[in-house]
Each structure stands twice: as structure tokens, then as C-alpha cells.
Design a protein around this ligand. Structure first.
Ligand SMILES: [Zn+2]
Length: 114
């Protein structure tokens, strides 16, 4: 399951950011490119599973979807889209060379002292 490995990677990144501080994570903000095909609810569920027993247990995972960008293979324009696969608005060709939108970015971590 794609979301499960993403959730594990996310937790790993959070742990690295926390270092050895005795804190509890209350909220995590991530941005996900829409071309990843990640379903927010699935990622939240996967994250709550992998975070059990860690400092991020029970943290709120806030996910925003960001548009993706592709370079059209037909007419060469760079276009933005907000679905899994884009369609060039100029010539109607699908797909193209994906330039962004296949990434997940950790934007912020909110912690509480324990
Ligand atoms: Zn085109």
C-alpha cells in the first residue's frame, strides 16, 4: 500500500526533526502533489497506525493538495492540473512530462512540551 510507506517515511522525517526532545506532536502539515494519487483519508489512517506508540501518536495530520505541472509532449507548453493525470489545455493531449506534483512536502510540525 502506497500510503503506508509514505506514512512511514513521513514519521521518519518527523522523528529526525524532533531529535531527542521530550515533546509530543500535536499537528503536522503536509502538502501533497495531486499527481501522487494519494488519498488524504488513506494517508491519515496509515499515519495514525504507524504513529501509534511514537511521539506523533494522536497528532492531527493536515493535508493540502497542491496542483501538478506537466510539459506537454505535443505542443510544449507547461500546464497546471489538479488531478492524477493532466490534459493539455491547448491541444488536449494527456500526460506529458511531469515537472512537479509527484512529491510530498512536510510543511510544519507543531509540538507540545511534555
Ligand atoms: Zn499540448
Amino acid at each position: 500500500m502506497h500510503e503506508m510507506s509514505l506514512a512511514r517515511n513521513l514519521l521518519k522525517t518527523i522523528e529526525v526533526n524532533l531529535g531527542h526532545d521530550r515533546v509530543r506532536v500535536s499537528r503536522i502539515d503536509v502538502a501533497i502533489g495531486c499527481a501522487t494519487g494519494v488519498v488524504a483519508e488513506s494517508l491519515q489512517l496509515a499515519f495514525s497506525l504507524v504513529a501509534t506508540g511514537t511521539r506523533a501518536e494522536g497528532a492531527k495530520l493536515a493535508i493540502v493538495s497542491v496542483p501538478a505541472r506537466s510539459l506537454c509532449a505535443g505542443c510544449g507548453i507547461l500546464f497546471e492540473f489538479d488531478s492524477l493525470i493532466g490534459t493539455c489545455p491547448a491541444c488536449g493531449r494527456m500526460g506529458g512530462d511531469l515537472r512537479s506534483g509527484s512529491e510530498m512536502t512536510l510543511r510544519s510540525i507543531e509540538v507540545l512540551d511534555v
